[in-house]
Design a protein around this ligand. Structure first.
Ligand code: HXC
Length: 514
Protein backbone atom coordinates (compact mmCIF):
# COMPACT_ATOMS: atom_id res chain seq x y z
CA UNK A 1 0.00 0.00 0.00
CA UNK A 2 1.19 3.46 -0.80
CA UNK A 3 1.34 6.10 1.89
CA UNK A 4 -1.78 7.73 0.44
CA UNK A 5 -3.67 4.41 0.38
CA UNK A 6 -2.70 3.82 4.00
CA UNK A 7 -4.01 7.23 4.95
CA UNK A 8 -7.30 6.67 3.12
CA UNK A 9 -7.63 3.25 4.77
CA UNK A 10 -6.94 4.80 8.20
CA UNK A 11 -9.52 7.57 7.80
CA UNK A 12 -12.08 5.03 6.59
CA UNK A 13 -11.51 2.79 9.60
CA UNK A 14 -11.55 5.72 11.97
CA UNK A 15 -14.79 7.17 10.68
CA UNK A 16 -16.55 3.82 10.74
CA UNK A 17 -15.57 3.32 14.42
CA UNK A 18 -16.53 6.88 15.25
CA UNK A 19 -20.05 6.31 13.94
CA UNK A 20 -20.93 4.38 17.05
CA UNK A 21 -23.91 2.05 16.72
CA UNK A 22 -25.06 3.46 13.37
CA UNK A 23 -27.75 5.81 12.16
CA UNK A 24 -30.74 3.95 13.52
CA UNK A 25 -29.36 3.66 17.06
CA UNK A 26 -28.22 7.28 16.99
CA UNK A 27 -31.69 8.45 15.89
CA UNK A 28 -33.19 6.49 18.79
CA UNK A 29 -30.73 8.10 21.17
CA UNK A 30 -31.65 11.58 19.91
CA UNK A 31 -35.36 10.83 19.99
CA UNK A 32 -34.92 10.21 23.72
CA UNK A 33 -33.57 13.77 24.08
CA UNK A 34 -30.02 12.49 24.53
CA UNK A 35 -26.74 13.52 22.93
CA UNK A 36 -24.30 10.91 21.63
CA UNK A 37 -21.21 10.03 23.65
CA UNK A 38 -18.94 12.01 21.34
CA UNK A 39 -21.22 15.04 21.33
CA UNK A 40 -21.22 14.97 25.13
CA UNK A 41 -17.46 14.93 25.35
CA UNK A 42 -17.19 17.75 22.81
CA UNK A 43 -19.77 19.84 24.69
CA UNK A 44 -18.12 19.35 28.06
CA UNK A 45 -14.46 19.86 27.20
CA UNK A 46 -12.77 22.98 25.86
CA UNK A 47 -13.34 23.28 22.11
CA UNK A 48 -11.19 20.86 20.12
CA UNK A 49 -9.25 19.71 23.17
CA UNK A 50 -10.29 16.04 23.17
CA UNK A 51 -7.64 13.42 22.47
CA UNK A 52 -9.08 9.96 22.03
CA UNK A 53 -7.34 6.69 22.98
CA UNK A 54 -8.15 3.05 22.27
CA UNK A 55 -10.56 3.68 19.43
CA UNK A 56 -9.53 0.38 17.87
CA UNK A 57 -10.01 -1.78 20.94
CA UNK A 58 -12.35 -4.68 20.22
CA UNK A 59 -14.31 -7.02 22.45
CA UNK A 60 -13.06 -10.60 22.76
CA UNK A 61 -16.36 -12.38 23.38
CA UNK A 62 -17.05 -15.46 21.25
CA UNK A 63 -20.40 -16.55 22.69
CA UNK A 64 -24.02 -15.92 21.69
CA UNK A 65 -23.08 -14.82 18.17
CA UNK A 66 -20.82 -12.10 19.49
CA UNK A 67 -17.89 -13.27 17.35
CA UNK A 68 -19.76 -11.85 14.36
CA UNK A 69 -20.55 -8.54 15.97
CA UNK A 70 -18.31 -5.55 15.68
CA UNK A 71 -18.91 -3.06 18.48
CA UNK A 72 -17.47 0.36 17.66
CA UNK A 73 -14.87 1.40 20.24
CA UNK A 74 -16.43 -1.41 22.31
CA UNK A 75 -19.16 1.00 23.41
CA UNK A 76 -17.08 3.50 25.33
CA UNK A 77 -15.12 6.58 24.25
CA UNK A 78 -12.03 7.29 26.35
CA UNK A 79 -9.36 9.95 26.33
CA UNK A 80 -8.31 13.26 27.80
CA UNK A 81 -8.84 16.94 27.16
CA UNK A 82 -9.08 20.20 29.02
CA UNK A 83 -11.68 22.15 31.01
CA UNK A 84 -10.85 25.81 31.49
CA UNK A 85 -7.40 24.97 30.14
CA UNK A 86 -6.76 22.29 32.80
CA UNK A 87 -6.30 18.64 31.81
CA UNK A 88 -8.89 16.01 32.72
CA UNK A 89 -9.29 12.34 31.84
CA UNK A 90 -12.69 11.30 30.60
CA UNK A 91 -14.79 8.39 29.41
CA UNK A 92 -18.31 8.31 27.97
CA UNK A 93 -20.32 5.15 27.47
CA UNK A 94 -21.96 4.93 24.05
CA UNK A 95 -25.51 3.61 24.45
CA UNK A 96 -25.86 3.29 20.69
CA UNK A 97 -23.36 0.40 20.79
CA UNK A 98 -24.89 -2.64 22.51
CA UNK A 99 -26.67 -0.35 24.95
CA UNK A 100 -23.33 0.91 26.30
CA UNK A 101 -23.12 -2.45 28.07
CA UNK A 102 -19.89 -3.10 29.90
CA UNK A 103 -17.79 -6.01 28.72
CA UNK A 104 -14.25 -6.90 29.67
CA UNK A 105 -12.44 -4.72 27.09
CA UNK A 106 -14.88 -1.85 27.59
CA UNK A 107 -13.94 -1.98 31.29
CA UNK A 108 -10.23 -2.19 30.40
CA UNK A 109 -10.54 1.06 28.43
CA UNK A 110 -12.12 2.74 31.44
CA UNK A 111 -9.61 1.43 33.97
CA UNK A 112 -6.74 2.48 31.70
CA UNK A 113 -7.91 6.08 31.61
CA UNK A 114 -8.55 5.97 35.38
CA UNK A 115 -4.97 4.78 35.90
CA UNK A 116 -3.79 7.65 33.73
CA UNK A 117 -5.73 10.16 35.81
CA UNK A 118 -4.23 8.85 39.04
CA UNK A 119 -0.69 8.73 37.70
CA UNK A 120 -0.85 12.20 36.12
CA UNK A 121 -2.82 13.73 39.00
CA UNK A 122 -5.81 15.06 37.05
CA UNK A 123 -9.59 14.73 37.62
CA UNK A 124 -11.43 11.79 36.09
CA UNK A 125 -14.91 12.28 34.64
CA UNK A 126 -17.14 9.31 33.77
CA UNK A 127 -20.28 9.71 31.67
CA UNK A 128 -22.57 6.75 32.36
CA UNK A 129 -25.20 5.64 29.84
CA UNK A 130 -25.39 1.87 29.91
CA UNK A 131 -27.57 -1.22 30.25
CA UNK A 132 -25.04 -2.54 32.78
CA UNK A 133 -22.97 -5.71 32.65
CA UNK A 134 -22.81 -7.07 29.07
CA UNK A 135 -24.93 -10.15 29.48
CA UNK A 136 -23.16 -12.19 26.77
CA UNK A 137 -19.79 -11.80 28.52
CA UNK A 138 -20.93 -13.29 31.83
CA UNK A 139 -18.44 -13.14 34.67
CA UNK A 140 -15.90 -11.24 32.57
CA UNK A 141 -18.12 -8.19 32.64
CA UNK A 142 -18.53 -8.54 36.40
CA UNK A 143 -14.73 -8.69 36.64
CA UNK A 144 -14.65 -5.44 34.68
CA UNK A 145 -16.92 -3.72 37.19
CA UNK A 146 -14.85 -5.05 40.07
CA UNK A 147 -11.72 -3.53 38.52
CA UNK A 148 -13.48 -0.17 38.17
CA UNK A 149 -14.76 -0.19 41.78
CA UNK A 150 -11.28 -1.03 43.03
CA UNK A 151 -9.80 1.90 41.14
CA UNK A 152 -12.58 4.25 42.29
CA UNK A 153 -11.51 3.37 45.81
CA UNK A 154 -7.80 3.81 45.09
CA UNK A 155 -8.42 7.15 43.40
CA UNK A 156 -10.52 8.40 46.30
CA UNK A 157 -8.77 11.38 47.85
CA UNK A 158 -6.06 11.31 45.15
CA UNK A 159 -7.87 12.91 42.20
CA UNK A 160 -11.37 14.40 42.06
CA UNK A 161 -13.79 11.82 40.62
CA UNK A 162 -16.92 13.05 38.84
CA UNK A 163 -19.78 10.85 37.59
CA UNK A 164 -22.38 12.00 35.14
CA UNK A 165 -25.51 9.89 34.74
CA UNK A 166 -26.94 10.46 31.26
CA UNK A 167 -29.12 7.44 30.72
CA UNK A 168 -29.60 4.20 32.57
CA UNK A 169 -27.09 3.25 35.24
CA UNK A 170 -28.53 -0.01 36.46
CA UNK A 171 -27.68 -2.85 38.81
CA UNK A 172 -24.23 -3.05 40.33
CA UNK A 173 -23.08 -0.38 37.85
CA UNK A 174 -24.42 2.28 40.22
CA UNK A 175 -21.64 1.53 42.66
CA UNK A 176 -19.00 3.23 40.58
CA UNK A 177 -20.77 6.62 40.76
CA UNK A 178 -21.51 5.95 44.42
CA UNK A 179 -17.78 5.61 45.09
CA UNK A 180 -16.95 8.88 43.32
CA UNK A 181 -17.00 12.38 44.78
CA UNK A 182 -19.73 14.14 42.80
CA UNK A 183 -22.64 12.73 40.83
CA UNK A 184 -24.53 14.83 38.25
CA UNK A 185 -28.03 13.98 37.00
CA UNK A 186 -30.31 15.45 34.34
CA UNK A 187 -34.09 15.64 34.56
CA UNK A 188 -35.91 12.85 32.70
CA UNK A 189 -32.64 11.41 31.32
CA UNK A 190 -30.86 9.96 34.34
CA UNK A 191 -32.04 6.65 35.82
CA UNK A 192 -30.19 4.97 38.65
CA UNK A 193 -31.33 1.89 40.49
CA UNK A 194 -30.06 -1.39 41.87
CA UNK A 195 -33.12 -3.38 40.80
CA UNK A 196 -35.38 -2.17 38.02
CA UNK A 197 -39.19 -1.83 37.99
CA UNK A 198 -39.68 -5.39 36.70
CA UNK A 199 -37.78 -6.93 39.59
CA UNK A 200 -39.61 -4.69 42.05
CA UNK A 201 -42.90 -5.90 40.61
CA UNK A 202 -41.90 -9.55 40.70
CA UNK A 203 -40.46 -9.49 44.20
CA UNK A 204 -42.70 -6.95 45.91
CA UNK A 205 -45.75 -6.81 43.65
CA UNK A 206 -45.27 -3.05 43.48
CA UNK A 207 -45.91 -1.14 40.22
CA UNK A 208 -43.46 1.74 39.89
CA UNK A 209 -42.08 3.64 36.92
CA UNK A 210 -38.34 3.93 36.26
CA UNK A 211 -38.62 7.69 36.89
CA UNK A 212 -40.29 7.27 40.29
CA UNK A 213 -37.89 4.52 41.27
CA UNK A 214 -34.60 6.20 40.43
CA UNK A 215 -35.07 9.29 38.27
CA UNK A 216 -33.01 12.46 38.61
CA UNK A 217 -35.28 14.12 41.18
CA UNK A 218 -35.39 11.05 43.38
CA UNK A 219 -31.60 10.90 43.35
CA UNK A 220 -31.03 14.53 44.34
CA UNK A 221 -33.97 15.11 46.67
CA UNK A 222 -34.66 11.82 48.42
CA UNK A 223 -31.83 9.34 48.08
CA UNK A 224 -28.98 11.84 48.17
CA UNK A 225 -26.93 9.75 45.72
CA UNK A 226 -26.58 12.67 43.32
CA UNK A 227 -25.14 16.10 44.10
CA UNK A 228 -26.21 18.25 41.15
CA UNK A 229 -29.47 18.42 39.20
CA UNK A 230 -29.79 19.98 35.74
CA UNK A 231 -32.70 20.41 33.34
CA UNK A 232 -30.60 19.68 30.24
CA UNK A 233 -27.32 18.04 29.32
CA UNK A 234 -25.85 21.43 28.39
CA UNK A 235 -26.75 22.87 31.81
CA UNK A 236 -25.18 19.81 33.41
CA UNK A 237 -21.90 20.35 31.52
CA UNK A 238 -21.82 23.99 32.60
CA UNK A 239 -22.19 22.83 36.21
CA UNK A 240 -19.31 20.37 35.81
CA UNK A 241 -17.05 23.05 34.32
CA UNK A 242 -17.89 25.32 37.23
CA UNK A 243 -17.19 22.61 39.80
CA UNK A 244 -13.84 21.78 38.22
CA UNK A 245 -12.87 25.47 38.41
CA UNK A 246 -13.04 25.31 42.23
CA UNK A 247 -10.98 22.13 42.59
CA UNK A 248 -7.29 21.32 42.51
CA UNK A 249 -6.16 18.77 39.91
CA UNK A 250 -5.18 16.32 42.64
CA UNK A 251 -4.39 16.04 46.34
CA UNK A 252 -0.80 17.06 45.51
CA UNK A 253 -1.92 20.62 44.87
CA UNK A 254 -4.07 23.42 46.17
CA UNK A 255 -6.85 24.83 44.00
CA UNK A 256 -5.53 27.70 41.90
CA UNK A 257 -6.13 31.17 43.32
CA UNK A 258 -8.03 33.65 41.18
CA UNK A 259 -8.19 37.40 41.39
CA UNK A 260 -9.98 38.42 44.57
CA UNK A 261 -13.27 40.32 44.42
CA UNK A 262 -15.34 42.02 47.09
CA UNK A 263 -18.87 40.72 47.81
CA UNK A 264 -21.60 42.47 45.85
CA UNK A 265 -23.03 45.50 47.72
CA UNK A 266 -26.58 44.08 47.60
CA UNK A 267 -25.65 41.73 50.45
CA UNK A 268 -25.24 43.91 53.54
CA UNK A 269 -24.25 41.56 56.31
CA UNK A 270 -25.25 43.84 59.18
CA UNK A 271 -28.87 43.89 58.00
CA UNK A 272 -29.33 40.21 57.28
CA UNK A 273 -30.05 38.75 60.71
CA UNK A 274 -33.48 39.63 62.14
CA UNK A 275 -33.58 41.24 65.58
CA UNK A 276 -35.84 38.53 67.00
CA UNK A 277 -33.84 35.33 67.43
CA UNK A 278 -36.94 33.26 66.67
CA UNK A 279 -37.24 34.60 63.12
CA UNK A 280 -35.19 32.48 60.70
CA UNK A 281 -32.98 33.85 57.92
CA UNK A 282 -31.37 32.34 54.84
CA UNK A 283 -27.80 31.42 55.71
CA UNK A 284 -26.95 31.56 52.00
CA UNK A 285 -27.39 35.35 52.20
CA UNK A 286 -24.74 35.45 54.92
CA UNK A 287 -22.45 33.38 52.71
CA UNK A 288 -23.02 35.76 49.80
CA UNK A 289 -22.28 38.74 52.01
CA UNK A 290 -18.91 37.24 52.96
CA UNK A 291 -17.51 35.60 49.82
CA UNK A 292 -15.86 36.97 46.68
CA UNK A 293 -18.37 38.37 44.19
CA UNK A 294 -21.16 36.84 46.36
CA UNK A 295 -20.78 33.59 44.40
CA UNK A 296 -21.80 30.40 46.18
CA UNK A 297 -21.71 27.14 44.23
CA UNK A 298 -24.01 24.97 46.25
CA UNK A 299 -23.57 21.18 46.41
CA UNK A 300 -26.49 18.83 47.18
CA UNK A 301 -28.86 21.80 47.23
CA UNK A 302 -31.99 19.65 47.12
CA UNK A 303 -30.95 17.06 49.74
CA UNK A 304 -31.13 17.69 53.51
CA UNK A 305 -31.75 21.43 52.99
CA UNK A 306 -31.46 22.03 56.75
CA UNK A 307 -27.72 22.15 56.07
CA UNK A 308 -25.91 23.87 53.22
CA UNK A 309 -22.58 22.90 51.71
CA UNK A 310 -20.72 24.29 48.73
CA UNK A 311 -17.76 26.13 47.27
CA UNK A 312 -16.92 29.82 47.14
CA UNK A 313 -13.77 31.90 47.04
CA UNK A 314 -12.59 34.24 49.73
CA UNK A 315 -9.68 36.55 48.91
CA UNK A 316 -9.32 34.60 45.66
CA UNK A 317 -8.89 31.23 47.41
CA UNK A 318 -11.30 28.26 47.12
CA UNK A 319 -13.11 27.58 50.40
CA UNK A 320 -15.56 24.82 51.34
CA UNK A 321 -18.54 26.28 53.19
CA UNK A 322 -20.81 24.47 55.63
CA UNK A 323 -23.77 26.09 57.35
CA UNK A 324 -26.91 25.33 59.28
CA UNK A 325 -29.99 26.53 57.42
CA UNK A 326 -32.45 27.92 59.98
CA UNK A 327 -35.16 28.18 57.29
CA UNK A 328 -35.55 24.38 57.26
CA UNK A 329 -36.22 22.41 60.46
CA UNK A 330 -34.64 25.33 62.34
CA UNK A 331 -31.26 24.16 61.02
CA UNK A 332 -31.03 21.01 63.16
CA UNK A 333 -28.61 18.22 62.36
CA UNK A 334 -30.41 15.03 61.35
CA UNK A 335 -29.31 11.81 59.70
CA UNK A 336 -29.21 13.16 56.15
CA UNK A 337 -27.64 16.51 57.02
CA UNK A 338 -24.95 14.71 59.02
CA UNK A 339 -24.09 12.45 56.08
CA UNK A 340 -24.06 15.42 53.72
CA UNK A 341 -21.79 17.54 55.91
CA UNK A 342 -19.40 14.76 56.90
CA UNK A 343 -18.70 13.65 53.33
CA UNK A 344 -18.11 17.21 52.21
CA UNK A 345 -15.63 17.84 55.02
CA UNK A 346 -13.68 14.73 54.03
CA UNK A 347 -13.61 15.81 50.39
CA UNK A 348 -12.31 19.28 51.27
CA UNK A 349 -9.76 17.88 53.70
CA UNK A 350 -8.44 15.41 51.12
CA UNK A 351 -8.04 18.16 48.51
CA UNK A 352 -6.50 20.91 50.64
CA UNK A 353 -9.57 23.12 50.63
CA UNK A 354 -10.02 25.24 53.81
CA UNK A 355 -13.33 24.93 55.64
CA UNK A 356 -15.56 27.79 56.75
CA UNK A 357 -18.42 26.78 59.07
CA UNK A 358 -21.36 29.09 59.78
CA UNK A 359 -23.20 28.00 62.91
CA UNK A 360 -26.83 28.52 63.87
CA UNK A 361 -27.96 25.23 65.33
CA UNK A 362 -30.49 24.30 68.02
CA UNK A 363 -29.05 20.74 68.20
CA UNK A 364 -29.74 17.30 66.75
CA UNK A 365 -33.28 16.47 65.58
CA UNK A 366 -35.24 14.64 68.33
CA UNK A 367 -37.73 11.80 67.78
CA UNK A 368 -38.00 8.05 67.35
CA UNK A 369 -37.64 8.21 63.53
CA UNK A 370 -34.21 9.71 63.94
CA UNK A 371 -33.18 7.57 66.90
CA UNK A 372 -34.27 4.37 65.18
CA UNK A 373 -32.70 5.45 61.90
CA UNK A 374 -29.36 5.76 63.64
CA UNK A 375 -28.92 9.50 64.22
CA UNK A 376 -26.30 8.57 66.80
CA UNK A 377 -23.98 6.87 64.34
CA UNK A 378 -24.78 9.26 61.48
CA UNK A 379 -24.32 12.32 63.71
CA UNK A 380 -21.00 10.90 64.87
CA UNK A 381 -19.71 11.18 61.31
CA UNK A 382 -19.71 14.98 61.61
CA UNK A 383 -17.62 14.84 64.80
CA UNK A 384 -15.25 12.37 63.18
CA UNK A 385 -14.85 14.29 59.94
CA UNK A 386 -14.19 17.65 61.61
CA UNK A 387 -11.79 16.12 64.15
CA UNK A 388 -9.88 14.29 61.46
CA UNK A 389 -9.63 17.28 59.08
CA UNK A 390 -6.31 19.12 59.16
CA UNK A 391 -7.02 21.80 56.55
CA UNK A 392 -7.56 25.34 57.88
CA UNK A 393 -10.84 25.38 59.81
CA UNK A 394 -12.60 28.65 60.57
CA UNK A 395 -15.92 28.84 62.40
CA UNK A 396 -18.32 31.74 62.83
CA UNK A 397 -21.17 31.36 65.34
CA UNK A 398 -24.01 33.54 64.10
CA UNK A 399 -26.79 32.72 66.52
CA UNK A 400 -27.63 29.46 68.24
CA UNK A 401 -24.92 26.97 69.13
CA UNK A 402 -26.62 24.61 71.50
CA UNK A 403 -25.53 21.32 72.99
CA UNK A 404 -24.02 18.65 70.72
CA UNK A 405 -24.59 21.00 67.80
CA UNK A 406 -22.15 23.51 69.32
CA UNK A 407 -19.44 20.88 69.62
CA UNK A 408 -20.16 19.21 66.26
CA UNK A 409 -20.13 22.36 64.13
CA UNK A 410 -16.36 22.73 64.20
CA UNK A 411 -15.83 24.02 67.71
CA UNK A 412 -12.33 24.57 69.12
CA UNK A 413 -12.70 21.21 70.83
CA UNK A 414 -12.61 19.53 67.38
CA UNK A 415 -9.58 21.68 66.56
CA UNK A 416 -10.99 24.63 64.70
CA UNK A 417 -8.14 27.09 64.10
CA UNK A 418 -10.36 30.09 64.76
CA UNK A 419 -13.83 30.43 66.26
CA UNK A 420 -15.45 33.83 65.92
CA UNK A 421 -18.86 34.71 67.33
CA UNK A 422 -21.26 37.51 66.59
CA UNK A 423 -22.78 39.40 69.54
CA UNK A 424 -26.05 37.60 68.64
CA UNK A 425 -24.48 34.19 69.38
CA UNK A 426 -26.07 31.98 72.03
CA UNK A 427 -23.70 29.27 73.19
CA UNK A 428 -25.26 26.96 75.78
CA UNK A 429 -26.15 23.37 76.59
CA UNK A 430 -29.68 24.00 75.31
CA UNK A 431 -32.14 26.81 74.57
CA UNK A 432 -33.16 28.95 77.59
CA UNK A 433 -36.79 27.72 77.66
CA UNK A 434 -35.90 24.03 77.78
CA UNK A 435 -33.06 24.67 80.22
CA UNK A 436 -35.23 26.68 82.66
CA UNK A 437 -37.99 24.04 82.55
CA UNK A 438 -35.52 21.37 83.60
CA UNK A 439 -33.27 23.00 86.17
CA UNK A 440 -35.95 25.16 87.83
CA UNK A 441 -38.79 22.64 87.56
CA UNK A 442 -39.53 22.36 91.30
CA UNK A 443 -39.28 26.13 91.80
CA UNK A 444 -41.67 26.75 88.90
CA UNK A 445 -44.14 24.07 90.02
CA UNK A 446 -44.05 25.19 93.68
CA UNK A 447 -44.51 28.86 92.87
CA UNK A 448 -47.80 30.73 93.35
CA UNK A 449 -47.57 32.01 89.79
CA UNK A 450 -45.74 29.27 87.83
CA UNK A 451 -45.96 31.09 84.48
CA UNK A 452 -44.39 34.26 85.90
CA UNK A 453 -41.66 32.26 87.69
CA UNK A 454 -40.96 30.36 84.51
CA UNK A 455 -40.60 33.61 82.57
CA UNK A 456 -38.19 34.97 85.19
CA UNK A 457 -36.11 31.81 85.17
CA UNK A 458 -35.93 31.78 81.37
CA UNK A 459 -34.74 35.40 81.49
CA UNK A 460 -32.18 34.53 84.19
CA UNK A 461 -30.81 31.70 82.05
CA UNK A 462 -30.87 33.84 78.90
CA UNK A 463 -28.97 36.68 80.58
CA UNK A 464 -26.38 34.27 81.91
CA UNK A 465 -25.80 31.92 78.98
CA UNK A 466 -27.56 33.00 75.78
CA UNK A 467 -24.59 35.06 74.61
CA UNK A 468 -21.04 34.52 73.34
CA UNK A 469 -19.24 35.97 76.36
CA UNK A 470 -19.20 32.95 78.68
CA UNK A 471 -17.58 30.86 75.94
CA UNK A 472 -15.27 33.78 75.09
CA UNK A 473 -14.21 34.06 78.75
CA UNK A 474 -12.96 30.48 78.56
CA UNK A 475 -11.19 31.07 75.24
CA UNK A 476 -13.57 28.78 73.34
CA UNK A 477 -14.38 31.78 71.15
CA UNK A 478 -11.33 33.66 69.88
CA UNK A 479 -13.07 36.94 69.14
CA UNK A 480 -16.54 38.37 69.42
CA UNK A 481 -16.89 40.37 66.22
CA UNK A 482 -19.47 42.63 64.61
CA UNK A 483 -21.09 41.06 61.52
CA UNK A 484 -19.43 43.62 59.23
CA UNK A 485 -15.99 42.56 60.52
CA UNK A 486 -16.56 38.92 59.49
CA UNK A 487 -15.00 38.92 56.02
CA UNK A 488 -11.91 40.78 57.25
CA UNK A 489 -11.37 38.28 60.06
CA UNK A 490 -11.81 35.33 57.68
CA UNK A 491 -9.52 36.74 54.98
CA UNK A 492 -6.82 37.27 57.60
CA UNK A 493 -7.34 33.82 59.16
CA UNK A 494 -7.02 32.21 55.72
CA UNK A 495 -3.75 34.03 55.10
CA UNK A 496 -2.47 33.02 58.50
CA UNK A 497 -3.39 29.36 58.05
CA UNK A 498 -2.21 29.08 54.45
CA UNK A 499 0.87 27.07 55.34
CA UNK A 500 -0.70 25.42 58.36
CA UNK A 501 0.77 22.05 59.22
CA UNK A 502 -0.97 19.70 61.56
CA UNK A 503 -0.75 15.95 61.90
CA UNK A 504 -2.61 13.17 63.64
CA UNK A 505 -1.12 10.04 65.23
CA UNK A 506 0.24 7.59 62.63
CA UNK A 507 -2.06 4.64 61.95
CA UNK A 508 -3.12 2.43 59.08
CA UNK A 509 -6.48 4.20 59.00
CA UNK A 510 -9.18 5.29 61.38
CA UNK A 511 -12.57 3.65 61.63
CA UNK A 512 -15.16 6.34 60.92
CA UNK A 513 -18.75 5.50 61.92
CA UNK A 514 -19.95 4.76 58.41
C1 HXC B 1 -25.98 -6.64 26.49
C2 HXC B 1 -27.54 -4.99 26.22
C3 HXC B 1 -27.62 -4.80 27.62
C4 HXC B 1 -26.80 -5.62 28.45
C5 HXC B 1 -28.97 -3.43 26.68
N1 HXC B 1 -28.40 -4.13 25.69
N2 HXC B 1 -28.51 -3.82 27.88
N3 HXC B 1 -26.73 -5.89 25.66
N4 HXC B 1 -25.99 -6.51 27.85
N5 HXC B 1 -26.79 -5.50 29.76
C6 HXC B 1 -28.63 -3.97 24.28
C7 HXC B 1 -30.00 -4.45 23.85
O1 HXC B 1 -30.00 -5.84 23.61
C8 HXC B 1 -30.20 -3.65 22.57
O2 HXC B 1 -29.45 -4.28 21.56
C9 HXC B 1 -29.50 -2.34 22.87
O3 HXC B 1 -28.60 -2.60 23.94
C10 HXC B 1 -30.45 -1.26 23.31
O4 HXC B 1 -31.26 -1.75 24.36
P1 HXC B 1 -32.84 -1.56 24.40
O5 HXC B 1 -33.37 -2.52 25.38
O6 HXC B 1 -33.37 -1.60 23.01
O7 HXC B 1 -32.95 -0.06 24.93
P2 HXC B 1 -34.07 0.57 25.85
O8 HXC B 1 -35.42 0.15 25.39
O9 HXC B 1 -33.76 2.03 25.88
O10 HXC B 1 -33.85 -0.04 27.30
C11 HXC B 1 -32.67 0.22 28.00
C12 HXC B 1 -32.54 -0.70 29.25
C13 HXC B 1 -32.74 -2.17 28.79
C14 HXC B 1 -33.62 -0.31 30.25
C15 HXC B 1 -31.21 -0.44 29.87
O11 HXC B 1 -31.89 -2.42 27.66
C16 HXC B 1 -32.39 -3.14 29.86
O12 HXC B 1 -33.21 -3.38 30.76
N6 HXC B 1 -31.20 -3.75 29.75
C17 HXC B 1 -30.77 -4.73 30.68
C18 HXC B 1 -30.42 -4.09 31.97
C19 HXC B 1 -29.83 -5.08 32.94
O13 HXC B 1 -30.56 -5.90 33.49
N7 HXC B 1 -28.49 -5.12 32.98
C20 HXC B 1 -27.76 -6.07 33.73
C21 HXC B 1 -27.79 -5.55 35.13
S1 HXC B 1 -26.87 -6.56 36.17
P3 HXC B 1 -29.91 -4.31 20.03
O14 HXC B 1 -28.88 -5.18 19.37
O15 HXC B 1 -31.28 -4.89 20.02
O16 HXC B 1 -29.87 -2.90 19.58
C22 HXC B 1 -25.46 -5.78 36.23
C23 HXC B 1 -24.54 -6.42 37.19
C24 HXC B 1 -23.36 -5.54 37.45
O17 HXC B 1 -25.22 -4.82 35.63
C25 HXC B 1 -22.79 -5.99 38.73
C26 HXC B 1 -21.59 -5.21 39.09
C27 HXC B 1 -21.23 -5.52 40.50
Amino acid sequence: MTFMQRLIDFFGKKSSKAKGGGDQAISKQKAGGKMTARERIAALLDDGSFHEYDLFVEHNCQDFGMHEKELAADGVITGSGTIGGRPVCIYAQDFTVAGGSLGFMHARKITKVMDHAMKMGVPIIGINDSGGARIQEGVNSLAGYGEIFYRNTLASGIVPQISVILGPCAGGAVYSPALTDFVFVVDKISKMFITGPEVVKTVLGEEISMEELGGARVQVETAGNAHFFARSEHECFEQIRKLVSYLPDSNRRKAADVEKKEPRPTYKIETLIPGDSKIPFDVRDIVRAIVDDSEFFEVQKQFAPNAIIGFSRIGGETVGIIGNQALVLAGVLDIDASDKIARFIRFCDAFNIPLLTLVDIPGYLPGSDQEHGGVIRHGAKVLYAYSEATVPKITVILRKAYGGGYIAMCSHHLRADFVFAWPTAEIAVMGPEGAANIIFRSEIQGSKNPEETRRQKVKEYTDKFANPYVAASSGYVDAVIAPEETRGYIVHALRLTRDKQESRPARKHGIPPF
